[in-house]
Design a protein around this ligand. Structure first.
Ligand SMILES: [Fe+2]
Length: 168
């Protein structure tokens, strides 16, 4: 059964209640993922996985902070998938979607051996938002573009945001 995205978004907002920064971050990553995925021509199934993963990609941050006092990627990647799995099972998502979304949540800070257009676009969308939210990253914009962006659309967005739209 296809789950309406508003239900996933609603769950993410409830889970992160009281932390508007986390909620805004997830919604921005979702919007970039959605637009990049649509223009890159993902299949319906890939697009659904990508959008769901984007909304839930940082769902492990709260639990990481509670357990370890920090939200290091390594902690989030352990804490996030079980939370996402519980939410998606409750919403009646299919097993294949849950498995891939949990894989993406667990790997979205792993930038080597990226296989799959959903995985690539999630990383790109997260960079589009993180480089904005962490201004110190902007001095490495050239490097970030070179090392992490492969899609035409994601690269175009990144240049427009951080490289004055320059053609590279
Ligand atoms: Fe993120």
């Amino acid at each position: 059964m296809k789950i309406p995205m508003y239900r996933v978004i609603d769950e993410m907002i409830r889970y992160n209640a009281g932390d508007p920064g986390l909620i805004h971050h997830a919604l921005k990553v979702y919007a970039f993922s959605k637009a990049i995925g649509e223009e890159e021509g993902l299949s319906k199934a890939q697009q659904e996985i990508l959008e769901t993963a984007a909304v839930l990609h940082d769902i492990g941050i709260r639990e990481s902070l509670r357990k370890y006092g920090n939200s290091d990627g390594t902690h989030q990647q352990i804490e996030g998938p079980p939370i996402a799995k519980e939410i998606l099972q409750r919403l009646g998502a299919e097993e294949a979607l849950i498995d891939r979304v949990c894989f993406l949540i667990a790997h979205h800070h792993v930038y080597t051996g990226v296989v799959g257009i959903d995985y690539r676009i999630l990383i790109e969308a997260d960079f589009l938002v993180n480089v904005y939210e962490t201004p110190s990253m902007q001095k490495s914009a050239d490097e970030i573009l070179k090392n992490n962006f492969e899609t035409e659309v994601g690269s175009r967005y990144f240049k427009a945001l951080f490289l004055n739209g320059a053609e590279q």
